[in-house]
Design a protein around this ligand. Structure first.
Ligand code: PFF
Length: 465
């Protein structure tokens, strides 16, 4: 065993791991994306489909990913190499590292908007808008300003680098232990505020009354794609966090806790946002602009809105930060484990490189707005490649790897560490996990991939002719 392996960091506690992993999962995906995707896809019926996807695909694949990390105590590339000895599978791990790099480069741009909006909220600007279209114009004028967008992007990258720079226990774990409770409290405050507004009931009805006419093959695939993104699955973030986990802790329990935390935060954000949107007579289907066009106006129409608007954007920034650190940690772990770099060097070099890679994404809203790659701006292209292709593909490979390459016998003997008598008392749990990993996950992810690449649309069109 090399010196490096002896000194590899570990989480200080079980709670530390849960909060860090939940912090990775809970992010812009929960508070920005989930509400608008639900709003665009008809509310309750979509939520039900999403819950089924998270339970049936999310939990089993998340368990598999954390398991690969904990077994090998390595970064994604080293982990796959150690278990398979093959170049192909090391490259699958490499794909995760690249995905982390790409996601962080544009994720931090949006996170920068959230930080910038703390200032916008505090300056009282929202009270000048009157209606969402004006808020929308203001938002567009901000993101068209190169200095504004690049400025907040770089500020957010520095925050991310600062946390990862300080190490697994002293940076990521300590940061998560401070930020996650704050996030919970802020969200509860916002939810209570939303629910106590007169007329909030309509928003809740929207979230609770299923309208099945909105559910199509397409929305099922969107739900599954969202499940991957929100659980940070398929690119080695959970694998890397799992690699700092002790064998004394139970992976099934941890995975379920992470999924429950992630899902309840998304639902709470949905409740807070829809209660307020409906109570103020605005529409829930503003798409990605829901948070930056509709919400600022929502805040001006509610008592205490000034304070709540500031709280909301602080919440969004914290959620983004606990996710972005997990993205940078994947790249850092790779260079520390595989190339023998010092953590500090890896964080500085790759923090700066990620910033450089993110610049075209930041400029996609202004100078480079007309530059298109396959008719997408650089920002949309990066998001598409990473979230719609690389993550599901990573999840697909993780499932195939466990079922076919590593093998269930070895995987299960590792999975049993830390679970006490759980599987002796409930052997069906292992059978269910095997079935989900062997069949459900790869098949459904395969369809998501066909959908994301447009191949499924082509097939539907051909069939309906
Ligand atoms: N799960 C994060 C969110 O919902 O915002 C996004 C994310 C973080 C995706 C880390 C992937 C990842 F590795």
């Amino acid at each position: 065993m090399s010196l490096q392996e002896n000194t590899r960091e570990q989480w200080g506690s079980k709670l530390g791991f849960i909060l860090a992993a939940a912090g990775s999962a809970i992010g812009l995906g929960n508070i920005w994306k989930f509400p608008y995707v639900v709003g665009d896809n008809g509310g309750a019926a979509f939520i039900l489909v999403y819950l089924i996807c998270t339970a049936v695909i999310g939990i089993p694949v998340l368990m598999a990913e954390i398991l690969i990390g904990r077994t090998t105590q390595r970064n994604p590339v080293g982990a796959f190499r150690q278990l398979s000895g093959s170049k192909f599978w090391s490259a699958v791990g490499g794909m995760g590292v690249v995905a982390g790099f790409v996601i962080l480069s544009y994720y931090a741009v949006v996170a920068g908007w959230a930080v910038g909006y703390i200032y916008e909220a505090a300056s009282g600007k929202f009270f000048e808008f009157g209606e969402p279209s004006n808020a929308g114009h203001h938002f567009n004028s901000l993101i068209e300003d190169v200095w504004w967008i690049v400025g907040y992007f770089s500020f957010f990258m520095i925050l991310t680098m600062g946390v990862v720079f300080s190490g697994v226990q002293k940076g990521i774990e300590r940061g998560s232990k401070i930020m996650m409770p704050i996030l919970f409290v802020l969200l509860i405050i916002l939810m209570v505020r939303g629910l106590t507004l007169p007329g909030a009931g309509e928003g809740i009805a929207f979230l609770l009354t299923p309208d099945w006419s909105h559910i199509s093959g397409q929305s099922i695939l969107i739900a599954l794609g969202q499940a991957f993104f929100t659980l940070s699955m398929g690119m080695g973030a959970m694998l890397t966090y799992g690699s700092y986990m002790s064998k004394k802790d139970s992976i099934p329990i941890a995975s379920i806790q992470i999924v429950i935390l992630d899902t309840s935060i998304a639902l709470m954000a949905g409740v807070a946002i829809f209660a307020a949107v409906f109570a103020t007579g605005l529409l829930p289907n503003a798409g990605p602009g829901l948070i930056f066009h509709t919400l600022p106006v929502v805040f001006t129409k509610m008592p205490g809105g000034f304070l709540f608007s500031i709280i909301f954007f602080i919440l969004l920034s914290i959620a983004a930060l606990t996710s972005s650190i997990s993205l940078l940690e994947v790249i850092t772990a790779y260079f520390v484990d595989e190339k023998g770099w010092k953590r500090h060097k890896a964080v500085i070099v790759f923090g700066i490189l990620t910033f450089i890679l993110g610049i075209p994404s930041a400029l996609s809203f202004n100078i480079l707005a007309d530059v298109k790659i396959f008719s997408l701006t650089f920002f949309d292209f990066a998001d598409f490649i990473a979230a719609n292709i690389l993550l599901p593909l990573g999840g697909f490979f993780i499932a195939i790897f466990v079922a076919k390459v590593w093998g269930f016998d070895k995987a299960i003997s590792e999975l049993k560490h830390g679970t006490g008598k759980l599987f002796n008392k409930n052997p069906w749990l292992l059978t269910a996990w095997k079935i989900f990993i062997r069949y459900f996950a790869p098949v459904s992810i395969f369809f998501v991939l066909l959908h994301s690449t447009g191949i499924l649309d082509m097939i539907f069109k051909a069939l309906s002719k």
